[in-house]
Design a protein around this ligand. Structure first.
Ligand code: MLT
Ligand code: MN
Ligand code: ZN
Length: 295
């Protein structure tokens, strides 16, 4: 199983168009590498690929990855796309895949319902792009020989569907993680997760590799940095640090561990930051665009 990080950043990317925070400034000036929005590609043979979440940057992501280029007049090595929630950074890229080339689009009924309710996605022809609803905890083949399963993780409805009251610990079809298995190795991809529950810990025990929500270092990072008014948990993202953070909660896991979906305010972007040293000391790597991991 080979993974290619198409986009390591959370929604907005690094730098984010309207952000002058220190990380965004450093990314603009070339001090740290920029990163595109949340997407992970996986393959078994290098010939056909599945993309986990279609980010608004998918056109550029596929353009700079030779393995994803067409091999004929109209063609793509992209066999399938799976979306893990209905957030803009995970679905908007579907609009860039609308040019009548077939692939399979996997998502839960609820997430596919978000697409059905937003008519702009009708541009992605259902004649060509088969939308396949997948049940929680039911196996399906995302690529030939690669078994997948989606499972609920604590989260919330997409930002653009929030009402006055927002429940951030919904466990159902609106936010899922993905288990991938080639029959031997097992990997998990969980780019959005509000809490690491005992159930989740039990579930991912067999992981060889885990890609996990690294949105924020601190729960109140956006408030403190003056870039936002919400905590990470309010946004549906458990912070990395602290006694209840993902790093502490996932400490016992033997898998290779990689933070992905990283917000532009997160200090782990800086290779020489103490926060980057802390995650590395804990056995984690920090995703970067173009990073490849094979298990
Ligand atoms: C998130 O991960 O919290 C969302 O992508 C936020 C957004 O839609 O911008
Ligand atoms: Mn996001
Ligand atoms: Zn910024």
């Amino acid at each position: 199983m080979r993974f290619l990080v198409l986009g390591a950043a959370a929604g907005g990317g690094l730098p984010q168009w309207n952000c002058g925070c220190p990380n965004c400034r450093d990314a603009r000036s070339g001090l740290i590498p920029p990163a595109t929005q949340s997407s992970l590609a996986v393959t078994l043979d290098g010939d056909v690929w599945a993309v986990l979440n279609a980010s608004p940057d998918i056109r550029m992501q596929m353009q700079r990855c030779p393995q994803m280029h067409p091999r004929a007049l109209r063609d793509t090595p992209l066999a399938s796309v799976l979306v893990t929630n209905g957030d803009i950074d995970h679905i908007a890229g579907l609009l860039s895949l609308r040019e009548q080339t077939p692939f399979t689009l996997f998502g839960t009924s609820e997430i596919l319902g978000v697409l059905a309710d937003n008519r702009i996605f009708d541009a992605v022809s259902t004649q060509k792009v088969t939308r396949r609803a997948v049940e929680l905890d039911q196996g399906f083949e995302i690529l030939p020989g690669l078994a997948a399963q989606v499972f609920p993780v604590p989260g919330k409805v997409p930002l653009f569907m929030e009402g006055d009251q927002v429940q951030t610990d919904l466990v159902g079809e609106q936010t899922v993680g993905v288990r991938l298995s080639d029959g031997g190795r097992v990997a998990y991809y969980i780019p959005g997760c509000a809490d690491v529950t005992p159930e989740l810990l039990d579930r991912i025990e067999d992981a060889g590799q885990l890609f996990f929500d690294g949105t924020l270092w601190d729960d109140d990072e956006m408030i403190r940095s003056g870039t936002g008014v919400k905590t990470g948990r309010r946004m549906g993202h458990i912070p990395i640090s602290g006694p209840d953070g993902s790093m502490a909660r996932l400490q016992g896991l033997r898998a290779g561990r990689t933070f992905i979906h990283i917000n532009n305010t997160n200090p782990v972007w800086h290779p020489d930051s103490p926060e980057r040293a802390a995650v590395r000391a804990s056995g984690w790597s920090v995703a970067a665009d173009g990073m490849e991991i094979e298990i």
